[in-house]
Design a protein around this ligand. Structure first.
Ligand SMILES: [Zn+2]
Length: 255
């Protein structure tokens, strides 16, 4: 079977019980994200929640009706998290940053869509706050997080308005550099996302960048390069439900 191109984060691969991918260009033309999930990754689309993304700082806990199934309800927001085994969450991006998070011991994972607007509005911090409210502040430090393929400093030229919105962000002084012409700046969204995750309280060494710049890598869709919104990639994280499959033994680690 022809597979779509995808990258994974070594950190998230080390989290037991979850499966994730930052999916890029699919050589099978016209294959839907739903069919990618089902055919390539063996994840049931009805159990993977997504939102109508609006560049906000709204983070929501997944509900059954966020899955791709008859009767689905499109809620608006830019981060989705779940604490239920046997469910997953995903975001669609072209040049914005997909961020995936998971906890090594608690059954919580999250997916964030963070463009410059969402990042400036604090969508990353808001998602971590939601997880802390549910799982406790001590859980935040142990989270594993990866910022995926997106527009990076090599290609992402922005004007003064965007630069002003990003300048005050964690790492804004380093990941926003003066561009070639007056009033232009180059922003590295991936590094800004990494800094935001660290500032939100995740431990150093538990946050990483995964994948290339979408504008200059032909393996990922880019709004800037393709000048259209038709090609977008799915990034998802899914927690398997092992209950009923394994019998836990005293002292045994989770599967
Ligand atoms: Zn680039």
């Amino acid at each position: 079977m022809m597979l779509p191109y995808f990258v994974q984060s070594p950190l998230l691969r080390g989290v037991p019980g979850v499966y994730h991918a930052f999916v890029g260009v699919d050589p099978v033309r016209g294959r839907s994200l739903r069919d990618q999930l089902r055919q390539v990754f063996a994840v049931p689309p009805s159990r993977l929640g997504t939102l109508r993304q609006v560049h906000s700082a709204v983070a929501l806990e997944m509900e059954e009706t966020d899955g791709d199934a008859p009767g689905r309800r499109w809620r608006e927001g830019d981060a989705l998290w779940t604490a239920s085994p046997g469910t997953g969450v995903g975001v669609r991006t072209a040049d914005c940053v997909p961020v995936l998070l998971a906890h090594p011991r608690l059954s919580v994972c999250a997916a964030i869509h963070a463009g410059w607007r969402g990042m400036a509005a604090g969508v990353i911090e808001e998602t971590v706050r939601c997880i802390a409210a549910r799982a406790g502040f001590a859980a935040v430090e142990e989270l594993a997080a990866a910022a995926g393929p997106c527009a990076r400093g090599c290609c992402y030229e922005v004007g003064e308005e965007v630069a002003a919105a990003l300048r005050g962000r964690p790492g804004g002084d380093r990941h926003l550099v003066k561009g070639g012409s007056a009033g232009k700046w180059n922003a590295d969204l991936q590094s800004l996302a990494v800094e935001a995750l660290l500032r939100a309280g995740i431990a150093p060494g538990r946050v990483e960048a995964a994948g290339p710049c979408t504008v200059c890598s032909s393996r990922f869709h880019s709004y800037r390069r393709e000048k259209s919104l038709t090609g977008r990639q799915l990034s998802f994280i899914y927690r398997w439900d092992f209950s009923g499959v394994f019998t836990s033994l005293p002292g045994q680690d989770s599967p």
